[in-house]
Design a protein around this ligand. Structure first.
Ligand SMILES: [Zn+2]
Length: 259
């Protein structure tokens, strides 16, 4: 973690939030509005959670005016970062906070899914617990619906509670157009071009089950969320079953060409 003191000693009481969100490693955070931070209602319960609460809050809101030694300053600084994180988790599920995080999501500020078939789907930060100091932040991919560890060690140590367990799901509820279609493509294991038998059998079974599920959803008139399918796709799949010789790019259920 960068040391605030060493960077701008003379500027100690100015623009703490600017400094915080522009520090290396804090790229996942958005800036919390002044009005949100100064409304005591939004901070309910945090005074018991944070050491030196009042000094930490003063620091975050740029009204810090307390003469203390370096050790005390360091302790207050640490509390201020923790306070910012806990308020952040509350702020990002508000209308303003969601809009700010959406902009960061669109710019891929949280990184992109490493899974090849997800085709660089932007990720969202999330916590596996809302209780601080339980587990570090993870990244959620809405395309494969899976979680990933952040690539950078600076991000990997951020507390997951600073984002919480609900934010990423609320974002897609509020902005459903941002939800990517479900891909049906998947990797198909082959050895010298021949499908690996057990994996192929399992893959066929899973594809069958998926088709049945889609039929049930269709009967119930529920949107499946799967991307549009190619009409000849299924025939091709049937032809393909016995020969096993076709050498493609190794992906089953290719996505239709993008228009
Ligand atoms: Zn993914």
């Amino acid at each position: 973690m960068d040391d605030f003191n060493s960077e701008s000693d003379s500027d100690y009481t100015s623009y703490w939030r600017d400094w915080f969100i522009s520090s290396r490693g804090n790229e996942y955070f958005c800036e919390i509005d002044e009005e949100y931070l100064t409304d005591r209602f939004n901070l309910t319960g945090l005074n018991t959670e944070i050491q030196y609460y009042q000094h930490a809050l003063d620091l975050v809101t740029d009204v810090f005016d307390f003469d203390c030694d370096d050790d005390m300053r360091e302790a207050i600084e640490k509390s201020a970062r923790h306070l910012y994180g806990l308020v952040h988790a509350r702020y990002i599920v508000t209308t303003r906070g969601l809009a700010k995080m959406l902009e960061k999501f669109k710019k891929s500020d949280f990184g992109k899914c490493p899974r090849v078939i997800c085709e660089a789907q932007p990720l969202l930060p999330m916590g596996q617990s809302d209780v601080p100091n339980t587990s570090p932040v993870k990244l959620y991919c809405a395309r494969c619906e899976d979680l990933y560890n952040p690539k950078s060690s600076r991000h990997a140590v951020i507390d997951g509670a600073y984002f919480g367990t609900s934010f990423h799901n609320i974002l897609f509820q509020v902005y459903p157009a941002m939800l990517p279609p479900k891909s049906q493509r998947r990797y198909e294991p082959r050895v010298f071009g021949f499908k690996v038998h057990a994996a192929a059998a399992l893959g066929r079974w899973q594809a069958d089950e998926r088709e049945k599920m889609k039929d049930r959803l269709k009967d119930a008139k529920i949107e499946t969320g799967f991307e549009e399918e190619d009409a000849d796709e299924e025939e091709e799949e049937l032809d393909d079953e016995d020969d096993g010789m076709e050498i493609g790019d190794g992906f089953a259920n290719r996505a239709p060409a993008q228009a």
